[in-house]
Design a protein around this ligand. Structure first.
Ligand code: NAD
Length: 313
């Protein structure tokens, strides 16, 4: 039997804490090494402290565990990234270069790179096509679009099997988001279940592309397990789940929690949201590796509320 050894960077974050468990379910606990800047609150498997800006530490980790796949999640996200643009560029790019080089030099078979809808800018209009022009408005989006091109470069130049998705805003009950522009759509459920008034940092009608966490995990695993010849996009695949505005998610919540109330206090994140498309055309992912989301807004709301009610009981 051929074993896979998987290294995850930035594993303590919103996505990493869930993805780590999915990957442990597939490859076995001993074969998935989670890593981040510090230990997680709950440790239930192999974990290493790893600052991914440190090339030597990252390469040593790849050799120590004979790593065959890297999921590179470490990054500074869209809203947080605007507080310190040059530092964000440094962290997002340096960590990715270190991953690409460690992979190339040590025979790593596959790399997963999470891109984002933040790669799109004002010239895209309402719906982003797979090959829409990329003129991102944030340093985060600029770093992700550069990362996409480097992914393509390493595939074409060195044959490194890098695969990537442009995630929309990810919504899940298991973990809290880490400084993105779509974070409100997670926080809103926590406030609703705790019977608190929700103060929204976006305007009521701001429609953004989102995806439920289990659909995001399904897409990630499907992409990574697809036969190589099915992967026709080596920059990053568009991925869509659903699109909605704060007033639509509030209406969906009120179907279960009728007295839920929301007030709107848009801040600097409104401008970022306004630069993003409302819809994503993911036909290429659907055609190439049979991607289909399973959740719409109401189905996600039901699950979020019932899971969070268990958590806050
Ligand atoms: P997050 O902010 O919740 O987690 C990121 C993790 O990276 C944190 O635990 C942080 O400690 C770690 N990190 C930061 N700098 C590091 C470094 N130098 N070395 C090692 N670890 C470091 O982010 P997330 O939401 O889990 O996102 C994971 C990835 O998915 C990111 O690359 C992000 O850009 C991408 N993404 C996320 C979303 C979303 O909605 N959550 C959407 C699109 C793309």
């Amino acid at each position: 039997m051929v074993y896979e050894n998987v290294l995850i960077t930035g594993a303590n974050g919103q996505i990493g804490s869930v993805l780590t468990e999915y990957l442990r379910g597939i490859y076995g606990s001993d074969h998935v090494i989670a890593s981040d800047l510090k230990f997680p609150e709950i440790r239930n498997g192999r974990f290493e402290i790893l600052d991914a800006t440190n090339a030597a530490s990252l390469a040593a980790m790849v050799r120590k565990y004979r790593v065959t796949q890297i999921y590179h999640l470490a990054a500074i996200l869209s809203a947080k990234g605007e507080q310190n643009p040059l530092e964000t560029w440094h962290i997002n790019m340096q960590t990715y270069f270190n991953v690409l080089e460690a992979a190339r030099e040590n025979g790593v078979k596959k790399v997963f790179y999470p891109s984002s809808i933040a790669v799109f800018g004002e010239h895209v209009g309402d719906e982003a096509a797979q090959w829409s022009y990329l003129d991102p408005a944030t340093v985060y989006g600029i770093s992700k679009s550069a990362g996409e091109n480097w992914s393509n470069y390493y595939f074409k130049r060195y044959g490194l099997d890098v695969r990537s998705l442009r995630y929309p805003g990810i919504i899940g009950y298991q973990s809290m988001p880490g400084g993105g522009t779509t974070d409100y759509a997670v926080d809103i459920y926590h406030k609703a279940v705790k019977k608190e008034v929700f103060e929204c940092f976006l305007n009521s009608g701001t429609v953004l592309p989102m995806i439920y966490i289990s659909d995001a995990m399904d897409a990630t695993i499907r992409l990574m397990e697809a036969p190589q010849q099915k992967i026709t996009v080596r920059t990053s695949y568009n991925l869509a789940g659903m699109s909605f505005s704060p007033e639509e998610i509030a209406a969906s919540i009120r179907k279960t929690i009728p007295d839920f109330s929301i007030v709107y206090k848009p801040d600097f994140r409104q401008k970022i949201a306004d630069s993003w498309p409302r819809q994503i055309d993911d036909a290429q992912a659907r055609n190439d590796w049979a991607w289909r989301p399973a959740y719409n807004l109401d189905k996600m709301t039901e699950e979020m509320i019932s899971e969070l009610q268990k958590k806050y009981q």
